[in-house]
Design a protein around this ligand. Structure first.
Ligand code: SAH
Length: 789
């Protein structure tokens, strides 16, 4: 038999493969063994760090594909380059005798690490080595270096590096052991898991070859390598994060296990070690100890069925705190506006059969992120335990010792029917309900007890059944349900696109088709479906798009939500305080200070404090506030406004001041950098008018809002938001928005900005405050519902 052995073409890879080939030839002279050189992606891309080109797998993929297609029968790799698990359809043979697992230092001039000058430069391509070097000598400079052994040695000379770190095994295999300046003990530098071990990879069903390879195994190396790989897998198996593991046999026959694990950016690194007689147990206990030190909590959180407002209060609170959110397609993206600015957002969308990520990958990702962050939110549509595989995720995390908490959500199985006016239970009509998935593990309906459901007389609810609706209604009838039994399909429940279709088991499939319903959808069969005629559908209103400054949910949005208005926020700016040096003299000269916003009050007070002054230097000064809210903020700092106009806007404020301020009076307007000129225009000719800018509303990148028909209206609370919002769009899109979108404005300044850009439908609040604006919008919602009914 001829066995072809795949190898990468580098000197080291060939040396490794040749040693394997030699051994096989010696043991099995009756067979022929040939080496086939395979160029991998990892060999082609030499200039980038490994984790940027796709991690460890890039050295093995091409070889694995050739084994799978039987072009070659086995491949030889370094075990440390292998992902935690072999690819589908492949296995590793038992481990042969291991080379020296330690890392070593090659120095250009000196002999030992300790002899290097302060700030010496060492090259390595591995984060694991870099972090540990820094631990040994914090003064060292570590630079990235890639390529095979010769390349790295050459780069050391060319770039005049003081040294490089490599694996002892590689150098020994190349017969270059004499280049080694210093060996690091496992305590000093924990090697990569299974360093010095060769991975012999073959097809799972190639029994004969497996036996031949296993016969050459070394039991001790096998034990050590398995435990180190077990540690790697227990830590999530990631190749982007620094992981080290080393199991070392002691003189007395017991083992010592060293483990290290760090975050991708190296901000947290934990080392642990354990001693005992069983390497596997040691790997687990070391991994568990590291996780205990490092892991944050994963919150498996229900997002509700569609409307972002249907998340629980607890769910929303945890989103505020999240450092990382891992979310599905079914979780409404609007919920992501609740997270902090620097929160990492990862989409692992699960659409039927188009999984972006496999469940196992998601599990590992959760574990990995839990090691990097304190609060990880796994956001799932509906309730995490209702066909959401939340149970699997919770068990996986529990097994790893990572704290997990469940925050239940409103499941579409109840909310869907409810929004269609169908109670899942009803006294005297249905004493219970069944919720089943039409998409079980085998993707068949065979496991569903249709007879039991039909016999019970209770409401039957099917999730993930849209594409099988015909089969479902047929099976229910075969099980004894009347063809006239009411049935309903609710698609995209609790979203603005919610559609309901009601019929009977006999008619529903046809109606769904005619109405062009789309998934996701809930199917309901049972007598309570009839009640929808008496209860009525909850129609999901389109949200109002609220422009806001800053990342936090705005108070206006809170007010609107409190009135039952659906809101989507969009950030148009952020507030940055401006530094101003105040002097006592300057403040005491002012007859009037005018405040026109909360930020003005905050910025003024901050500068006052930073100038080592307090409110006593204002005892001669009169204070004007544009409205009650601003007056309220002043009061918080112990200042009572002497003047608040009846109508809260600049025009009225200016008119009031006009009557009070004389030619000699110095009037200081505390304001933001932008803003209207109403006060200046009115007051400057009459008195000494002076502006002090204490904050700036800076523009931010505005996210694309979609199209106007998605929203009931857009809400503006300042002129700059108007200009930025429309300015961020392409001309044609902006025209459409200006023509079609109803714009709600807080007051005159904002309204005139809207008029200037040419908005066609403007609606202004009665008074320039959030309450009045919210009232106008609340009224609008009522009017819209009445006119539609
Ligand atoms: N955990 C989710 C269900 C996940 S299974 C929950 O508790 O709601 C996915 C299925 O849920 C979809 O195939 C569909 O049947 C149903 N579903 C989820 N959201 C829905 C929605 N907004 N409208 C209708 N059905 C929905």
């Amino acid at each position: 038999m001829i066995y072809k052995i795949g190898s990468r073409g580098s000197k080291l890879a060939l040396a490794q493969t040749e040693s394997v080939c030699r051994e096989l030839k010696k043991r099995y002279p009756e067979h022929t063994f040939e080496i086939v050189i395979v160029k991998t992606k990892g060999d082609k891309v030499q200039d980038k760090p490994l984790d940027q080109v796709g991690g460890k797998g890039i050295f093995v993929k091409e070889i694995e594909e050739m084994i799978l297609s039987d072009e070659i029968q086995m491949g030889v790799h370094s075990m440390k380059d292998m992902p935690a698990r072999p690819a589908e359809g492949l296995i590793f043979s038992k481990v042969w005798k291991r080379e020296d697992p330690r890392d070593v230092l090659i120095l250009r001039e000196k002999k030992r690490l300790q002899e290097l000058r302060h700030g010496a430069v060492i090259g390595t391509g591995s984060k694991r080595r870099a972090f540990q070097l820094k631990k040994l000598r914090p003064d060292l400079q570590v630079v990235g270096i890639r390529g095979n052994v010769d390349t790295r040695l050459r780069k050391m000379e060319e770039q005049k590096l003081d040294g490089i770190v490599l694996a002892a095994a590689g150098l020994h295999r190349l017969g270059m052991g004499d280049r080694i300046s210093q060996y690091f003990s496992e305590e000093e530098m924990i090697p990569a898991p299974a360093q010095g071990v060769l991975a012999l990879e073959l097809r799972k069903n190639n029994e004969e070859l497996r036996k031949m390879l296993d016969a050459c195994a070394d039991e001790e190396s096998q034990k050590e390598a398995s435990s180190e790989r077990q540690f790697l897998e227990a830590m999530g198996g990631g190749c982007h994060v620094p992981v080290g593991a080393s199991c070392v046999k002691q003189k007395d026959g017991t083992y010592r296990f060293y483990g290290m694990f760090g975050t991708e950016d190296g901000s947290r690194i934990v080392y642990e070690s354990a001693a005992g007689s069983d390497p596997g147990t040691l790997a687990e206990s070391t991994a568990a100890a590291i996780r205990r030190k490092m892991a944050g909590t994963v919150f498996l959180t229900g997002a509700g069925p569609g409307d972002p407002d249907l998340i629980t209060v607890k769910g929303r609170k945890i989103l505020h705190q999240a450092d990382c959110v891992i979310y599905d397609r079914l979780a409404d993206p609007g919920l992501l506006s609740y997270v902090k600015k620097d929160c990492e957002k990862i989409y692992v969308g699960k659409e039927n059969r188009h999984h972006v990520m496999e469940q196992e990958e998601i599990n590992r990702l959760l574990a990995q992120k839990a090691m990097e962050h304190k609060v990880v939110v796994r956001l799932k549509g509906g309730d995490p335990f209702v066909f959401g595989r939340g149970g699997e995720e919770a068990m996986f995390l529990k097994k790893l010792g990572i704290p997990a908490q469940i925050i239940p959500g409103i499941s579409s199985c109840i909310a869907g029917p409810a929004y269609a006016g169908i109670p899942v239970t009803h006294r005297g009509t249905s004493g219970g309900f069944h919720v089943v998935t039409a998409h079980d593990r085998n993707n068949k309906l065979a496991d569903i007890d249709f007879e039991g459901m039909a016999r019970s007389g209770e409401t039957c609810i099917f999730l993930m059944g849209f594409s099988k609706i015909g089969e479902i209604v047929q099976k229910l009838q075969e099980a004894g349900m009347s063809p006239h039994m009411p049935a309903a399909v609710i698609s995209r429940a609790a979203s603005v696109n919610q559609k309901t279709c009601i019929g009977t088991l006999e008619t529903i499939e046809e109606r769904v088709r005619k109405n062009r319903m789309e998934p996701p959808a809930v199917i309901v069969a049972g007598k309570t479906v009839e009640l929808s005629a008496f209860i009525g559908t909850v129609r999901q209103q389109k949200p109002y798009l609220v422009t806001k400054i800053g990342t936090k949910p705005s108070r206006l949005s809170e007010l609107l939500r409190g009135r039952g208005v659906s809101v989507t926020e969009i950030q148009t700016g952020s507030i940055v305080m401006t530094e101003q040096k105040f002097t006592k003299d300057m403040l005491q000269k002012a007859s009037w200070l005018i405040f026109t916003s909360r930020n003005g009050v905050k910025g003024f007070m901050k500068n006052l404090q930073d100038s080592d002054l307090d409110v006593r230097c204002l005892h001669h000064t009169k204070i004007a506030a544009i409205g009650q809210k601003t007056a309220h903020w002043l009061k918080k700092y112990g200042l009572l406004a002497d003047l608040v106009p009846q109508i809260y806007d600049s025009g009225h404020l200016a008119q009031c001041l006009k009557q009070k301020a004389g030619k000699q009076d110095l009037v200081c307007h505390i304001k933001g950098k932008e803003g209207t000129s109403v006060l200046r225009d009115t007051l400057a000719p009459l008195c000494k008018y002076h502006e002090i800018e204490v904050y700036e509303n800076q523009p931010v990148k505005i996210e694309k809002p979609g199209s106007p028909d998605q929203y009931a209206g857009t809400v503006f609370t300042c002129a700059s938001s108007v200009r930025r919002f429309f300015g961020s769009m392409e001309a044609k899109t902006a025209e459409k928005w200006k023509r079609e979108m109803r714009c709600f404005s807080i007051g005159t300044g904002t309204t005139s900005a809207l008029q200037q850009i040419g908005a066609a439908k403007i609606c202004e609040a009665l008074q320039a405050d959030y309450e009045s604006l919210a009232a106008v919008i609340g009224k609008d919602v009522e009017d819209v519902s009445v006119s539609e009914d």
